[in-house]
Design a binder for this molecule. Sequence first.
Ligand code: CP
Ligand code: NVA
Length: 304
Amino acid sequence: MGDSMRHFLSEDDLSAAEFRQIIQRGSEFRREHESGTSEALLPRRTLGMIFEKSSTRTRVSFEVAMTQLGGHAIYLSPNDTQIGRGEPIEDTARVLSEMVDVISVRTFSHTALERFAAASQVPVINALTDLLHPCQMLADMQTFFDHSGDIGGKRVAWIGDGNNMCNSYINTARILGFELVIACPKGYEPDADLLARAGSYASCVATPEEACRGADLVVTDVWASMGQEAEQAERERAFSGYCVNMQLMQETADKALFMHCLPAHRGEEVEADVIDGPMSVVWAEAGNRLHAQKALLEFLLTQG
Ligand code: CP
Ligand code: NVA
């Protein structure tokens, strides 16, 4: 890899133009997939995938993406690699860089991911940290563009926990130019620095009703993210009143969409009639993980 090597650790690793270019390319990949005309554009390339947390969508979408692009993906878990036995992350990054062409990492600490990337000689992709989930953002944005056109100038409501997905929405609002209105219980607000950086693109309001009023997209996520399982009961108490139900969805703009990165807990953060109803695009959103990440892999390995 030359000097032009790019990582994708945060939404900010892409310019607004590059973000839109990847979304558009993801839509092309989806259409090719649907018509059975996809090409193997990354023959013999290998993706190393480190997962220190569970995953269904991220793992399968990256693995299938590499297969369809003519390459290969290797799943690496701490249980059966030296990562779990304390080998320094910088050493792991250097070693993997000798062999694979690109590395995705799902871990807890965003700082640890940044240290890993600093030591890597090949592009590193954030496959979720406690701070951000930028690959999910690419799929969410592709899904919005596919259904409703460019998100610039639109209004998006975030309901629930100010977690990694909420932080990613804050960054993306600033980059793509939409208005993000956040309703979180006290004590569960998103990252204060990211919120400040977003300026007028993101703001917190007092109630879910206020956030949903006139929204073109309503998004939520689990109340307890991976690593917060012990807080489940306490969080259920704090988040009562933050369930996305049909009454809330009636506050939205005409043709509003509902998204959730999944996995979902029906009856907690969202009612079944919303997530399984006509405004929900969660299955397209999940499917777009494959297409958006193909566009990302192509970008990092051929243009980045
Ligand atoms: N949305 C998402 O990242 O799902 P997984 O945890 O299953 O990868
Ligand atoms: N906020 C959730 C997202 C899961 C894809 C978590 O971090 O567990």
